[in-house]
Design a protein around this ligand. Structure first.
Ligand code: BTN
Length: 273
């Protein structure tokens, strides 16, 4: 695999040995007019953050901690779907780098046979039921117009040990494949896959062209999930995403509700997936 090809979405890479959070690096640079397609990568983050106010453990250099700055010409309401777009790109990247997917078109179309990484809605990447990657998207917008979007991606690449608090639900590429992976290679593949999906997304500004592929990757599809929002928990069957990226969940075998991302948690009824 050719790993130094930056013909995808990434135009510049800004690297730091240590930073508080690559999302902060990207947001600060965006405010200083950094260009769309700039990727911020750090070996270590001292204040890595996740969704829903959580800490993202990233004080070691085994993982890939990166944030992509883009400036899509879209209205703010559409920006949350970019998280789903990124999840698809990461899943493809992992399968490609880990050699799970074959490279000719016929096999690509039958890719469910070669998939190893799945998506837990909206944006966790899962291998063998454990989380290998999380995505945190942040944006700055004016009424009716996005100024920039920062897509922060944390991939547990060569991690050998996790803290007790997450070791039951987290995994790394190293743990799954018993191989040390090259992080530059992952960046390069991600850049290519993200560009492809991003361009598809921009044609319609929704997930209508990507929905099928996303749902094929969805780990929760046709499974019972607990949906927890504002302290209330309900159990239903996940059906897949709709064209707006909402998760369709059937409750009581009949009512279908459209769950949008944000401050909502969707987990399997027996554990993480
Ligand atoms: C989650 O699953 O809760 C999202 C985790 C996102 C982590 C990444 S690591 C790079 C970027 N910088 C951060 O502080 N967070 C994101």
């Amino acid at each position: 695999m050719y790993c130094s090809d930056l013909s995808g979405i990434v135009k510049n890479v800004i690297y730091a040995v240590e930073t508080d959070s690559t999302n902060n690096m990207a947001k600060n640079a965006a405010a200083q007019n950094a260009e769309s397609g700039t990727l911020f990568v750090a070996d270590r983050q001292t204040l890595g953050r996740g969704r829903r106010g959580r800490v993202w453990q990233s004080e070691d250099s085994e993982g890939l901690w990166m944030s992509l700055l883009i400036r899509p010409n879209i209205v703010p309401e559409y920006a949350s779907m970019l998280t789903l777009v990124a999840a698809m790109a990461v899943a493809d990247t992992i399968d490609e780098v880990c050699n799970v997917k074959q490279h000719n078109d016929e096999q690509y179309n039958a890719k469910h046979q070669f998939v190893s990484s799945y998506i837990k809605w909206p944006n966790d990447i899962v291998i063998n039921g454990k989380k290998v990657c999380g995505i945190l998207t942040e944006m700055s917008a004016k009424p009716g117009k996005v100024e920039y979007v920062v897509i922060g991606i944390g991939i547990n690449v060569n991690t050998k040990v996790f803290e007790d608090s997450i070791k039951e639900t987290a995994t790394s590429l190293y743990m799954e494949y018993n191989t040390v992976f090259d992080k530059a290679c992952i960046v390069s593949e991600f850049s290519k896959h993200f560009k492809h999906y991003y361009e598809e997304f921009l044609k319609t500004c929704d997930m209508s062209m990507l929905m099928k592929g996303y749902n094929e990757r969805l780990v929760n599809v046709n499974k019972l999930v607990n949906v927890e929002q504002e302290g209330q928990k309900k159990t239903g069957k996940a059906l897949g995403i709709d064209k707006n990226g909402a998760l369709m969940v059937e409750f009581n075998g009949q009512n279908v509700e459209y769950i949008t991302a944000g401050e909502v948690s969707v987990r399997g009824i027996y554990g993480y997936v």
